[in-house]
Design a protein around this ligand. Structure first.
Ligand code: UD1
Length: 380
């Protein structure tokens, strides 16, 4: 008997690969409330989870299997009796992917290949994969005449006074505008390449074996439960960890780069919809809040929320290799087709994050990560 409803329906099992992570734990809780049996397969990599065992954030009702998504036997066991799969297992650092190339390609792409190799023998109804906005590279831009540019690429800056923002052929500044799913991919980092491959494997192999594939292209997820001691995690968690340790956030470029920060509960809702809604089969969707912000704004607002308004960020004026300048989201498609909506208050969410961070231990490994990039010439 399914929980959460008065009517009996056969209880389905969802496998969440990488379900011990930040997004997976929030999604597991949501799916359990929605009446699913949830199984998690996670290898608990040290960089994210430290030396701890089963993640505290993971609901006690979720079944937990420790194993690597590249291990065929572990995946075969994890797929027993499963109806739907959410594939989150991945390495997630854009900067790190530029030197840990084999690790990123192996976990993200070989991992997805092994998952599908096993799914061929044990097909499920639907597989939803976590893709990323990073596959777009630079987002969509508009010039001063209103023309759209979808093939904007970053070129190295010519000197310290050169503008950070991309320019059109006439040397005029381009303005970022919301990027729809129809924009052609432009892969600017190993991470982006690996996410694009995950997406292609899912959307090609699922229908070939009678399954439905869906890809969600996530923007910058944030919220309680993020891996604070992982120096390659998302920028908000890194800033939170720095501030928690009494250190100012370190900002690459001039801090005016724009992103869309989407709360993890909204991300979990998007996965829930993508797992169930018939319209989603075979589709890709952007998942974001629909509001864009600069990295510098976010650093200041988070410092204020954490009670450290005096902690001004350090602006490095250096670029991290593989980073894009701006990417902001058009979420019209997921709103229209799946009924996705976002109604959150960013300031209240920062306050919630600050309150959670205050109760955590967070090791600040940002300096070490920065040196790793600098010694390889990946920050310049
Ligand atoms: C992030 C996620 C990626 C996800 C994507 C979806 C990470 C590591 N990356 O990519 O998994 O698919 O969102 O949108 O979670 N920055 C600083 N200081 C720092 C760290 C970063 O200024 O200490 C800057 C970066 O240079 C970049 C921006 O903040 O301009 C965002 O960086 P980051 O959160 O690492 O990654 P995204 O490329 O947005």
């Amino acid at each position: 008997m399914a929980r959460g409803g008065r009517f009996a329906r056969v209880q389905e099992t969802v496998l969440i690969t990488g379900g011990g992570g930040f997004i997976g734990c929030h999604l597991a809780r949501r799916l359990l409330r929605g009446g699913y049996h949830v199984r998690v397969l996670d290898s608990l990599i040290e960089q994210v989870h430290g030396a701890r065992g089963r993640p505290e954030l993971l609901d006690a009702e979720a079944e937990f299997l420790r194993g690597d998504v590249r291990d065929p036997e572990a995946v075969r066991r994890a797929l027993r009796g499963v109806d739907r799969v959410v594939h989150l297992a991945a390495e997630v650092g854009v900067g790190q992917s530029m030197y840990a190339v084999d690790r990123y390609v192996s976990v993200n792409d070989v991992g997805t290949a092994v998952l599908f190799q096993q799914l061929i023998d044990a097909p499920v109804k639907r597989v939803v994969v976590a893709s990323s906005m990073s596959i777009y590279g630079e987002g969509l831009y508009q010039d001063e005449d209103g023309a759209l540019h979808e093939d904007v690429r970053r070129t190295p800056r010519r000197g310290p006074d050169a503008p950070w923002d991309p320019l059109d052929k006439a040397g005029r500044p381009l303005r970022p505008v919301p990027t729809p799913e129809s924009k052609r991919p432009a892969l600017a980092s190993v991470y982006a390449i690996s996410k694009h491959t995950q997406e292609c494997l899912t959307l090609t192999l699922a229908p070939a074996y009678g399954m439905e594939g869906v890809a969600l292209r996530l923007w910058n997820a944030y919220g309680p439960g993020q891996a604070l001691s992982n120096p390659y995690t998302g920028v908000l968690a890194i800033f939170a960890s720095r501030l928690h340790n009494g250190q100012p956030p370190v900002i690459f470029e001039d801090g005016q780069q724009r992103r869309d920060f989407v709360h993890v509960e909204d991300v979990a809702r998007a996965f829930h919809l993508a797992l169930e809604r018939p319209e989603a089969a075979g589709q890709v969707y952007n998942v974001a809040s629909g509001h864009d912000r600069t990295v510098a704004e976010v650093a200041r607002e988070l410092a204020a929320a954490m009670g450290r308004p005096e902690m001004a960020p350090e602006i490095t004026n250096k670029t991290r290799s593989g980073d894009i300048r701006h990417n902001i989201a058009d979420i019209g498609k997921i709103r229209r087709e799946l009924g996705f909506s976002v109604s959150r208050d960013f300031q209240a969410d920062l306050a919630e994050l600050a309150e959670w961070v205050a109760r955590q231990q967070a090791e600040d490994r940002v300096q070490q990560a920065r040196s790793e990039l600098e010694t390889r010439g990946l920050v310049a």
